[in-house]
Design a binder for this molecule. Structure first.
Ligand code: MLT
Length: 260
């Protein structure tokens, strides 16, 4: 791990290979991509990182914006001299990846998993506010204990081993981080209008049992992007990279292998 301007960055494989940067979801960290790192590091230069505030990255004052997260991604690309990286973002990582691509360009291809382009409607903003209030009143534990099961398929939700591991990891995050990220998500811009302008390859992937960003919603995004690929993974909820790594990795291999 190395720190670049307060962001903890993890690199794997030969830096002369095509760079693929993975951007994690909320409330997770770089480790959600461990199966993808193992699958790709032989043939790609794989980069994962902890979004500002998460895990080993600096928490700072917790006053985050989606713009700041997108700027951090560009800062990493420039600092590491990466040429036309492929970016893969899941959920909040997808919000970051889309806004980053809209703002900066310079992307070879995008993989968007279980995410959306729409900004939060009022009901979702109110839900974020309730989450912040709950963290203030009860701490991080009860919030993440309720949030995490919603990210899993019906089967995985019942698997205490999976749920407990994710909850324990998320519980170690600072309240400042979680509240800051909730505010950043509530205040993010809508990137829907950008979808029609995208002129590079995009693959959309969604878990069939994703209740947070369901396949029907992701299909609408995919329909707006020229020549995009849309894939559904049967036995996964909101976290296919961890819930169904073999299928997710096989889609990654096919997509990346088909890029020029
Ligand atoms: C995520 O997985 O990153 C979150 O569910 C995104 C969100 O809450 O909008």
């Amino acid at each position: 791990m190395k720190k670049i301007n307060g962001i903890s960055v993890y690199t794997y494989g030969n830096e002369n290979n095509q760079a693929v940067i993975f951007v994690h979801g909320f409330p997770f960290d770089n480790s959600m991509w461990k199966d993808q790192v193992n699958a790709l590091k032989e043939n790609y230069f794989v980069i994962t990182y902890d979004i500002r505030g998460f895990n080993k990255s600096d928490v700072g004052d917790g006053q985050y914006t989606m713009e700041m997260f997108a700027d951090d991604l560009q800062m990493l690309i420039e600092n590491m001299n990466l040429n036309n990286p492929v970016i893969c973002g899941l959920s909040m990582g997808g919000y970051i990846a889309l806004r980053h691509a809209e703002k900066y360009g310079g992307i070879k291809a995008l993989i968007l998993a279980d995410t959306k382009s729409q900004s939060d409607p009022d009901a979702a903003k109110i839900n974020r506010a309730n989450g912040i209030r709950r963290i203030n009143e009860e701490g991080v534990g009860p919030f993440v204990s309720d949030f995490i099961p919603n990210t899993l398929s019906a089967k995985n939700k019942l698997d205490n081993h999976i749920v407990d591991r994710l909850v324990i990891e998320a519980k170690s995050l600072s309240p400042k981080t979680l509240k800051g990220a909730l505010l950043a998500m509530a205040a993010r811009t809508d990137t829907s209008a950008y979808l029609e302008k995208i002129d590079f390859p995009v693959m959309f992937v969604c878990g069939k049992e994703d209740n947070l960003t369901p396949p029907s919603l992701m299909k609408e995004l995919a329909d707006k992007v020229k020549n995009s690929i849309f894939e559904i993974i049967d036995d996964a909820g909101h976290l296919p990279p961890g819930e169904s790594p073999e299928k997710f990795n096989s889609l990654l291999h096919n997509f990346l292998g088909g890029l020029e």
